[in-house]
Design a protein around this ligand. Sequence first.
Ligand code: HEM
Length: 462
Amino acid sequence: MSLTIPAPPSVPFLGNIGTIDKEVPLNSFMLLAKQYGEIVQLNFVGNKVVILNSYDLVNEVSDEKRFYKKVSRGLLQVRNAVGDALFTAHAPGEQNWYLARTPDIPLSTPHIECAKSTALLSTLPHSPGDVRGNRFGPTYSIDPAADFTRLTLDAISLCAMSYRLNSFYREELHPFAQAMVDFLIECGNRSFRPALVRPLMRGTNAKYEADQQVMMNLVDEILEYRKTHPTDKKDLLTLMLTGKDKETGLGLPEDNIKRNLLTFLIAGHETTSGLLTFMVYYLLKHPEAMRKLREEVDTMIGDRPMTIDDIHKLPYLIAVMRETLRLSPTAPVRGAAPIEDTTLKNGSYFVEKDSGILVNVTMSQRDPKIWGADAEQFRPERMLDGKFEALPPNAWQPFGFGMRACIGRPFAWQEAQLVLATIIQRFDLVMEDPSYSLHIKQTLTVKPQDFHIHAIPRAGKP
Ligand code: HEM
């Protein structure tokens, strides 16, 4: 007989909506995990969601024969702007997802090629330390989350769509970035708001529509620019416009191309800028790790400009990235559902076909069973010398799982390495407030909040 899944007390109709911190839902999920353990069930206005917190359970649902990606409540709201584009498509189900992921339209290759060429590297002179540290000096207060957002948004737009946004030439963030943050926050809020209340919030709804329009305006601008400036470059945009599935002869419909462009602009920068900001935070909190990384960069790269061929020469940097994404996966949870009625943990917990499961990646990547008693500590050494490769399956899952895993992983990986190594090469970074302790802000992804640094140019460095 299966066990009852533990659940916090709930109120009639609303269920556990009041249990969740609306600004940073992840904080509530982490608290619930500490209180209830490996599995906990929440009820959102009658919709039950089971949250999985342990490695064993996450490993069990990482099985495409039994489970599929369920578009979570938050992502369902994101569909209002991006519909059946890659991230938010119902797959199995929606045909455009299969089209966009057919090997005949290899959407993950053009931006990898682009990173190998000079396009991505050409965004580096605008990396945070460079612009702020050199232009404004070592006492200037840098907001790395904002500047890495500028950098990664410019990089995805340039590499995937050959379109320059020049975000470092404006005081404020690009209007797209601000509209996107507001849109994603409202998507999160809507997912916790009873549907009955929604029509009453006219001002909020108008702003929600306006933010979508601002984002779509950029997509239209990029498409218009392509029409007036045709190119032979096989970038992601070209592939989307011309690619065809060999078997069916079908290409992506125009509306889906627009929604995929928007998806790439969002998914292609928000998570990577979070990764870069968390990396800087962890390194500054762990001076010995920073010292080792700096030594590696100085030894392997020295004073010359970093190139794409260097990215295989920096094992400690890769360990820092892996360890950062273990403790702070910037996409902290993912949705899943059983294909059929089933049980988890050898019959212990019954889960109904199509019912919502939330995989708490942040928590399962801290499971002491896999990571030991110091699982909560930042220790890049645990990712070195073959230890990462020897991990059990699905222990490290910041890029998702299976057929719905991240399509931009190689791009993000190269980008983050190039950016961080180039900054370390040129600058000493210091925390503005050495007593700062990590707190996060959350849209659908997470980033450090109120975190500020200084960048001091290193003597005699490029
Ligand atoms: C999917 C994480 C960078 C594009 C995903 C998923 C995760 C993830 C966890 C699966 C989500 C789910 O199961 O619901 C990350 C992280 C990144 C990153 C941590 C950086 C550190 C990027 C970049 C791009 C990108 C740079 C674009 C160039 C996408 C797309 C999907 C996706 C389009 C949907 C794939 C599908 O459903 O077929 N990402 N991502 N991501 N990612 Fe990323």
